[in-house]
Write a protein of this length. Structure first.
Length: 448
């Protein structure tokens, strides 16, 4: 009995070859949460204010926070393409964390002028490629049947780091200011890069690329000659897919469309959330605690989400994740005068279902040698539409008499649209659950 229990418990633990990457993700979250939670509040209180002459302070604040992420798309696309050709994932991750450390150090010394901050964030923003490489390498070196569990393990360790960091970020900001938070961020960024270098780069169980390649060429309800099939198979195997070819696959395109609508609506609240919480009456410590509670609950969810993704399917998890947005923000809008209720609802971990489901779906519909580009498309979509929505929401907050209290309306309305659309166009991608319809499914989702 005890042996069976131990074996079952062992199967619930993350694979040994993933531990360096998972601990690196934890330290990375520690680095970011040490300063980023209060970064927007600091800018809003110290630099970007109406008193400083900014006619649209929320819009300017969003510009400072958003442009670096938008600029990073260029660098991330270059590094993603380079990593698919060379396989150098962990080296790029190490370099990205050196850039994050350098960014934090420069912000410590040059933080008095908004344009200086914008320049530093923009120049070093390529450090965001860390997350693309992490998702790519993790889903490549794991067993192909456990991608759902691996995606949840990633978020679990990220949540652990964020929970620890956010629990003390309020104290750091209150006693040491933004310089203290940036100092902690620089130190943990260096640790993250070092730990990353201990990761293996090859899977313990190789994926059967030949089966995938032949599946890609299945033509639904059409007869294909053996010579044409052999030629097409050879061409597909030797010629890597471009970004455009990956993007135009139905499975990839439909996923990105749904997530784009959802992220566009969530953008205003996501970018200005800390300032919104301060506006309705939460103290610095309570803002930090709300992030701590959210990540703790997210960790609990993530203990089960991976197995659900692998056993029950990706689609139901993603649908539940999307449905939470309009429901949650409806209550936040209705009870915006009661900070205790907002504190409770804000503590729900929206990311815990959405991110693992999206990552594992993308890994399902891409091959190992193109997976970095597939994962980068997820980040490009998230970055672009989060901040496009943020620009609109910030401008409306500047001109509306209700100010930041209008922010919950965006994820409420766009989340509802994304949920309805997802019901009709998102299909299951778990191969074991697809069963006999696998060839038709891959033809529909992977052919360009």
């Amino acid at each position: 009995m005890s042996s069976a229990f131990l074996n079952k418990a062992k199967n619930r633990l993350p694979p040994r070859n993933l531990l360096p990457l998972l601990f690196a993700y934890m330290f990375d979250s520690l680095a970011i949460s040490s300063y980023w939670i209060f970064f927007g509040i600091w800018l809003n209180e110290e630099l970007i204010t109406s008193e400083a002459g900014f006619q649209y302070p929320y819009l300017m604040l969003t510009l400072v926070l958003a442009v670096p992420g938008l600029v990073s798309i260029i660098g991330s696309s270059i590094f993603s393409n380079f990593s698919d050709k060379t396989g150098r994932r962990k080296e790029i991750m190490f370099f990205a964390r050196l850039l994050l450390m350098a960014q934090c150090i420069l912000l410590i010394f040059f933080n008095n002028v908004p344009w200086h901050i914008l320049l530093i964030l923009g120049v070093f923003s390529v450090h965001n490629v860390f997350y693309i490489m992490h998702n790519t390498l993790s889903t490549t070196i794991c067993h192909p049947d456990k991608r759902g569990e691996v995606s949840s393990f990633q978020m679990f360790f990220a949540s652990l780091g964020w929970m620890i960091g956010s629990s003390v970020s309020g104290l750091i900001y209150g006693n040491l200011g933004m310089v203290g938070g940036l100092s902690f961020g620089a130190g943990f960024a260096l640790i993250t890069g070092i730990v990353t270098m201990f990761s293996p780069t090859k899977p313990s169980v190789e994926e059967d690329d030949e089966i995938e390649d032949s599946d890609i060429l299945v033509q639904n309800n059409k007869k294909v000659s053996s010579e044409r099939l052999e030629l097409s198979n050879k061409n597909n195997k030797n010629k890597p897919a471009s970004y455009w070819q990956i993007l135009t696959r139905r499975g990839v395109l439909f996923l990105l469309i749904v997530l784009a609508i959802l992220d566009f609506g969530f953008g205003p609240f996501n970018t200005l959330s800390s300032i919104y919480l301060e506006e309705i009456g939460l103290s610095d410590n309570l803002i930090g605690y709300s992030n701590t509670i959210a990540t703790f609950l997210g960790m609990i969810f993530l203990l089960f989400i991976g197995r659900i993704l692998d056993k029950k399917g990706r689609r139901p998890v993603l649908l539940v994740a999307i449905a939470a947005y309009p429901i949650l923000f409806l209550f936040m809008y209705l009870f915006s005068d009661y900070w205790v209720i907002i504190f409770i609802f804000y503590s729900y971990p929206l990311y815990a279902l959405k991110i693992p489901a999206a990552n594992v779906i993308m890994s399902d519909v891409t091959k190992p040698k193109e997976r970095a580009r597939g994962m980068s498309l997820l980040q490009f979509q998230n970055t672009i539409f989060i901040y496009l929505g943020a620009f609109l929401g910030a401008f409306i907050a500047d001109i509306s008499p209700n100010g930041l209290l209008t922010l919950p309306l965006f994820p409420l309305s766009f989340g509802a649209v994304a949920f309805v659309l997802a019901i009709f166009i998102i299909k299951e991608t778990n191969k074991k659950l697809i069963g006999k319809n696998l060839p038709q499914f891959i033809e529909k989702n992977r052919t360009s």
